[in-house]
Design a protein around this ligand. Structure first.
Ligand code: PMP
Length: 393
């Protein structure tokens, strides 16, 4: 395995989570819909798991949790289901310019279906402009959907303020909490939020399972129709082993988050300090303080992020450029462009995301390899100015 610094794209499943899941593949495998004793056992573990996920965000009722196949589906259920359900009230939805690709593409789909979408811009740190958000809300606005943080540059969004605005204006507030769920606690009894998308893998649970928190009384239309599981909001036989794993991951995360965050911050700060000091013309994208504790997003003048990733790959280091989930595109990141960066600036980016298994030695290795890699690429780049080239040679 390489020095793995791409934890925002995928996280390893915690061994304690795997242990918890094992029984539910071939021993306690029954369907909760069945009326026999084995079905009762499945129902029991399903509801216990729902309670653990509810506890993770301090939801008052376990029924507020709808299990899904992951955050993409949760986002679809919140936005499409919410738009359809509230069509009579209005057809306007507000998102931000820097949402995850799943939200951006759902918004495009809704536009094709006749809904109207407004996109709030961000400032140069990647934080949404609250003044603009307020001005975008209209009489026919039914929902605001803004993620808790940028999954790219790591800037934290002012969720409490957005929640206040949504409450004052009487519109639903949905947030995709995936970027921050492993590092920032959510308490829906302190911060009123109507819908929250969660993903199991982002808290070291298995992939392919997630949840939508639906505040009591909030209604959305189902988008997967069938046997009526999950109170009719999400049909299909429940993925019991996945759900058990997700719940265990949530339980561990809740207990270990405070300690883990301190550890991650230490590593991240050491990385940022060293890189910015050692590499000339290097910058940190996103907000210097209001950022995810496990995210460092750099920009280096005169080189391309894709070449940098390949150079790191040769050194057995796994990192990302642009958005962690869809890094294979060569388009400049919509987030960096929205923050006001020029196309050539947006291309020279590197996203380093840390996690529970990241070691100090991993960070040391990156600090050792990255300056050399940047130097090598700058020597080859036609964009490097002559005076810098002279110094490099
Ligand atoms: N939202 C955000 C912010 C993400 O980073 C991701 C990918 N981890 C998703 C949604 C999609 O999640 P999933 O792959 O669980 O559907």
């Amino acid at each position: 395995m390489s020095v793995y610094l791409d934890n925002q794209a995928a996280k390893p499943v915690d061994k304690r989570v795997i242990d918890e899941m094992m029984d539910y593949f071939n021993d306690k495998f029954a369907n909760p819909a069945s009326l026999h004793c084995d079905g009762d056992i499945a129902t029991d573990i399903l509801e216990k798991s729902r309670q653990k996920v509810a506890d993770f965000i301090n939801a008052p009722n376990r029924e507020d949790i709808i299990f899904t196949s992951g955050a993409t589906e949760s986002n679809n259920l919140a936005l499409i289901g919410g738009a359809l359900r509230n069509k009579k009230k209005g057809n306007h939805i507000v998102i931000s310019e820097i949402e995850h690709i799943s939200i951006l593409n759902i918004a495009k789909y809704l536009e094709r279906e006749g809904f109207v979408i407004s996109r709030v811009p961000v400032d140069r740190f990647g934080i949404i402009r609250l003044d603009k958000l307020e001005r975008l809300i209209r009489d026919d606005t039914v929902m605001i959907s803004i993620a808790t943080a940028s999954n790219e540059v790591g800037s934290l969004q002012p969720i409490e303020e957005i929640s206040k605005i949504a409450t004052e204006k009487g519109v639903l507030f949905h947030t995709d909490a995936v970027p921050s769920e492993s590092v920032i606690p959510i308490d829906v009894q302190k911060t009123p939020i109507d819908m929250i998308s969660l993903s199991s893998n982002d808290i070291y649970g298995p992939r392919g399972v997630g949840a939508l928190y639906l505040k009591k009384g909030v209604r959305v239309n189902p988008i997967i129709i069938g046997g009526g599981q999950e109170k009719g909001f999400r049909s299909g036989s429940e993925n019991i082993p996945g759900i058990v794993g997700f719940a265990k991951a949530a339980e561990i995360m809740k207990q270990e988050m405070p300690k883990e965050v301190q550890y991650l911050k230490g590593l991240r700060d050491k990385l940022i300090k060293n890189i910015l000091e050692i590499i000339p013309k290097s910058y940190l994208n996103g907000h210097p303080e209001k950022r995810l504790p496990h995210n460092a997003h750099f920009r280096f003048d005169y080189i391309e992020g894709e070449s940098l990733i390949l150079t790191l790959k040769e050194n057995n280091i796994a990192a990302a450029t642009g958005s962690a989930c869809s890094s294979k595109t060569l388009e400049p990141s919509h987030t960096l462009i929205s923050m006001g960066l020029l196309h050539e600036e947006a291309h020279g980016s590197l996203l380093v995301s840390l996690g529970r298994t990241t070691k100090d030695s991993d960070i040391n290795k990156l600090i050792e390899v990255l300056p050399e890699s940047v130097k090598r690429l700058r020597k080859l780049s036609p964009l490097t100015p002559p005076d810098m080239l002279k110094e490099l040679n």
